[in-house]
Design a protein around this ligand. Structure first.
Ligand code: ZN
Ligand code: ZN
Ligand code: ZN
Length: 402
C-alpha cells in the first residue's frame, strides 16, 4: 500500500548507488545530469527508507512525495521544469501517468544474461550473496509475466532494481518538459481496459511485459559503460518534445502509417493522407479497386505471382495509396492547391508522382524510401514541389547497441 498522507518534503539529492549501466537508474541519472531533470521520489513500502534519507552530503535537491495528490499540486504549475521518476511500481500508478498528455513512459530492458551479470557485480559490491541464475530467472519471469509468485523471502522489487523496470519522464509540448506523477486516490474507480490494465487483477499485479509494451519509448540497455549509454541517449534525442506531442508532420505521418494498415496489396503496406491547411481532405491505402477481389486474396495476378516490386506495374490491378487519396479528394477538394500537403509513409512511385504534379499538390512528405525515389524527386523538383522526408521519432523502437 502506498502512503496516503499528503506531506511533501524536499530532500537532498542522494548520489546514485547503482553500478554502471544498471538500467533505469542510469537513464534517470542521465536525465538529471545531462538534461537538467529533477528527480522525484514516491514514498511507499518499497522505497520509503531510501527516499526519505538525507545524509547531508547531497548536491542537488530532490523531491519526495507521499501521495499523488500532493505531487500533482506541486508539479502542475511547475510545467517548465522537467521531472523524472523510476519509482512507479504499480500498474494503476503507471496507467495514471501514461494517460496524461505530458508524460512519457520509457521502458528499459536488457538481455537477461547482461542483467544477471550486472546484478552479480552489484551484489558483490554490497557483499550480499547473489541468487543463482536459475533463481534470478524465476523472479524475472514472475515479474515479467505474473506467472507465479517469486520464491519465498525474495522481494519482487529486487529484480525491478536490476534495470528492467519502466521509468517515467514527463514533459509538455512547449519544448520544455513538465511532469506529473499520479497516484490513485482511494476513491477513484479502477481504470480498466487500458493497454496496461485489462482486468481488475491486473491493477494490483505488475505484469511488466505488458507495461513495457505500452511504453512510449523502449530502450534496450546493452551498453557495457555508462558513457556508451549516455552517448546513445544523446543520439536518439530521448527528450525530443515530439515524443510527447507530435508536430503536424509527425501527426499526419502517423495517420498515414495507420491508413496503411488497411492496405490489401500483396506488395507492401502504403498509406496516404491528403491535407489542406492541416485538415484532412482525403485518405488512401493501396489495394484492388472497389468490388474487385482483394489483392491479398488473389485479386491481382501480377502482385501474386512474385513479380519484383516496381516491375510490370502496367499489369497491376492495385491502386496506389496516393492515387486513392487523390481520387477521393477529386479536383474539387484540391482546387486552389495552396496549402495542400500529401503525406505518404512511402516515397511515391513515378506513376503517382505524375498525378501528384498534375493535381497541383505543392508539398509532399514521405517517410520510407521506395525503389524509384531519384526519378520521383527529380520530377517533383522540376514541378517546384517541396519534398520532405520525415520519420517520426515516436514510430521507432529504440534498441541500444554498443
Ligand atoms: Zn497488389
Ligand atoms: Zn497488383
Ligand atoms: Zn504509386
Amino acid at each position: 500500500m502506498l502512503s496516503h498522507t499528503f506531506d511533501d518534503m524536499k530532500i537532498k539529492f542522494e548520489k546514485s548507488q547503482s553500478s554502471k549501466s544498471s538500467g533505469k537508474e542510469e537513464v534517470a541519472n542521465y536525465l538529471v545530469r545531462s538534461r537538467g531533470f529533477t528527480r522525484i521520489h514516491l514514498t511507499g513500502p518499497l522505497n520509503a527508507e531510501t527516499a526519505t534519507a538525507d545524509d547531508g552530503s547531497a548536491e542537488v535537491t530532490e523531491l519526495t512525495f507521499k501521495s499523488a495528490k500532493k505531487i500533482l499540486e506541486y508539479i502542475t504549475p511547475r510545467w517548465r521544469t522537467n521531472f523524472v521518476t523510476t519509482d512507479v511500481a504499480s500498474p494503476i500508478d503507471l496507467y495514471l501517468l501514461w494517460k496524461r498528455p505530458f508524460v512519457l513512459v520509457v521502458g528499459i530492458d536488457a538481455p537477461t544474461g547482461i542483467r544477471y551479470r550486472r546484478y552479480c557485480i552489484k551484489q558483490e559490491a554490497s557483499t550480499k550473496r547473489a541468487l543463482s541464475l536459475e533463481q534470478f530467472v524465476d523472479i524475472d519471469d514472475s515479474v515479467m509475466y505474473t506467472c507465479e509468485s517469486p520464491p519465498t523471502g525474495v522481494q519482487t522489487v529486487d529484480s525491478l532494481s536490476l534495470g528492467m523496470a519502466a521509468a517515467a519522464l514527463a514533459g509538455s509540448s512547449r519544448d520544455t518538459l513538465a511532469a506529473e506523477m499520479a497516484l490513485r486516490a482511494e476513491s477513484e474507480p479502477q481504470p480498466l481496459l487500458s493497454p496496461i490494465i485489462r482486468n481488475a487483477s491486473d491493477a494490483h499485479e505488475l505484469n511488466l511485459k505488458r507495461v513495457l509494451s505500452s511504453a512510449n519509448v523502449s530502450i534496450a540497455n546493452t551498453f557495457p559503460t555508462q558513457e556508451g549509454l549516455y552517448q546513445y541517449l544523446d543520439r536518439i534525442d530521448l527528450t525530443n518534445s515530439e515524443r510527447i506531442r507530435p508536430s503536424w508532420d509527425t501527426y499526419f505521418m502517423l495517420l498515414s502509417e495507420l491508413a496503411s494498415h488497411r492496405a490489401n496489396c500483396m506488395k507492401r503496406k502504403v498509406g496516404c493522407i491528403l491535407v489542406k491547411d492541416n485538415q484532412i481532405i482525403a485518405t488512401g491505402y493501396n489495394g484492388t479497386p472497389k468490388g474487385i477481389t482483394n489483392c491479398s486474396e488473389g485479386g491481382c495476378p501480377r502482385c501474386n505471382d512474385g513479380t519484383p516490386c516496381g516491375v510490370s506495374l502496367d499489369h497491376c490491378l492495385c491502386i496506389h495509396a496516393e492515387e486513392n487519396a487523390l481520387l477521393e479528394a477529386g479536383r474539387g477538394r484540391v482546387r486552389n492547391a495552396e496549402g495542400v500537403v500529401l503525406y505518404c509513409n512511402t516515397c511515391p512511385c513515378l506513376g503517382c508522382a505524375k498525378k501528384i504534379v498534375q493535381v497541383g499538390v505543392k508539398v509532399v512528405v514521405y517517410s520510407k524510401g521506395y525503389g524509384m525515389d531519384k526519378l520521383t524527386l527529380k520530377l517533383f523538383k522540376e514541378a517546384n514541389i517541396v519534398v520532405r522526408q520525415h520519420t517520426p521519432p515516436t514510430l521507432s523502437m529504440e534498441i541500444g547497441s554498443p
